[in-house]
Design a binder for this molecule. Structure first.
Ligand code: NAD
Length: 366
């Protein structure tokens, strides 16, 4: 099969980590008989520098005519001045919106090999393996009214947590479909004891659950979820939640895996089910990490695992996706670490970005 993949490296460490994922993709092509035509586009700060826009029209066109998008990261401190209107992050928000990406998937897997250096107790996090499904297009970040105004009694501001039943239904279905492919447990996270939008969320989740009798649905308040992620992370399989709760909880959960450099993500425009080709954008959860850019020390594993998600959800290449995950696991088992995940006390070997990419390429099995 021939596939067109849009590669958007972006800023900082983005180009370094995406180029390693592309090497892994080309090796998968060789081993499994696929052709991946990789077309590169501009996004973020580098796009502003070269075109004046954080998401040039050509990039959007490229993304829309590809089978999937592999993105690095955006962000550059030189755009930090709040007076600057066109910022690198606008490119990311804009591409997600234009491609109608509504479901953000973030798997969190704790590798046994990284337990020694973990920030949390090994006996608590060992074996934790779950997926977050975060709603990406609605809720507090986009709901109206959203404004600031001045009154005689001082300044005021409002944001609105707004959801329609259709928005809730489609994201909850993503959670159920994923749970069906995994351990068949879905945790829906809300704040139904306080928020009206959460009460609707819970009601719709219960209605959707009637179509998935094989999946166990549980409801958890967001504050309880924040605690349980640290206390009993093995209890989770698939977690579905609204935009803001998801934004916060996924960063908390990323700490279980030891480093931002280990965690991939997918933003999908449809509901994944076995064998389906869903258009999506795949990127590591970390940002452009400007302080380590250009030093060949960034961990490319998050981007390589994002590639594995791309193969699984957008190209329906399950064998190939598993081969990438296995290769990453084998390289970690063999004791190779980038500097963000190294623990000197365990006799592991430190490698740079490119060498980590080469090791994964070499470990791939056809
Ligand atoms: P960051 O994720 O870039 O970095 C946080 C910390 O993790 C830093 O210490 C960094 O060195 C480290 N780190 C991140 N990725 C790593 C990797 N692959 N290997 C080793 N270490 C890694 O977050 P930040 O520093 O808050 O933000 C930097 C820039 O990135 C900002 O401009 C921000 O807006 C942007 N950002 C972009 C995205 C995105 O593109 N999706 C996400 C978050 C932040």
């Amino acid at each position: 099969m021939k596939y067109i993949i849009a590669q958007l490296p972006g800023d900082g460490i983005g180009p370094e980590v995406t180029s390693q994922a592309v090497r892994v993709m080309q090796q998968i092509g060789k081993l499994y008989g696929h052709t991946f035509e990789v077309k590169t586009g501009l996004i973020g700060g580098v796009a502003i520098d070269l075109t004046g826009s954080s998401l040039p029209p050509e990039t959007l066109k490229l993304a829309k005519t590809s089978n999937a998008v592999l993105l690095g990261a955006v962000g550059d401190p030189k755009f930090d001045d709040p007076k600057i209107k066109e910022r690198p992050e606008n490119g990311l928000l804009s591409i997600r919106k234009n491609l109608k990406l509504f479901a953000n998937l973030r798997p969190v897997k704790v590798y046994d090999e990284l337990l020694e250096g973990a920030m949390l107790k090994a006996n608590v996090i060992k074996g934790a393996d779950f997926v977050f499904v975060r709603e990406l297009t609605s809720g507090l970040y986009f709901g109206k009214p959203k404004k600031r105004w001045e009154t005689s009694s001082g300044r005021k501001a409002v944001d609105s947590m707004y959801y329609t039943e259709q928005e809730i239904e489609r994201i909850v279905r993503v959670g159920f479909e994923l749970a069906r492919l995994r351990r068949k447990k879905l945790t829906s996270v809300d704040k139904a004891n306080v928020l009206e939008s959460s009460r609707l969320w819970r009601q719709v989740a219960n209605e959707v659950s009637k179509n998935y009798p094989d999946v166990t649905l549980e409801h958890l308040l967001v504050d309880t979820c924040a605690m349980s992620l640290i206390r009993t992370p093995r209890d989770f399989d698939v977690i579905v939640t609204e935009n803001t709760f998801g934004d916060i909880l996924t960063d908390e959960a990323s700490m279980l895996a030891g480093s931002m450099g280990m965690l991939p993500s997918a933003s999908l425009a449809g509901i994944p089910a076995k064998g389906e080709h869903i258009f999506g954008l795949y990127e590591p959860i970390h940002g452009s990490a400007p302080t380590i850019a250009g030093k060949d020390i960034a961990n490319p594993i998050a981007t390589i695992l994002s590639l594995s998600m791309l193969l699984r959800y957008s190209l329906a290449l399950e064998k190939e996706a598993s081969a990438v995950e296995q290769a990453v696991s084998d390289v970690l088992k063999a004791g190779y670490r980038t500097c963000d995940i190294i623990d000197e006390t365990t006799g592991t070997k430190q490698v740079g970005t490119q060498q980590m990419g080469s090791l994964v390429v070499k470990a791939l099995k056809g």
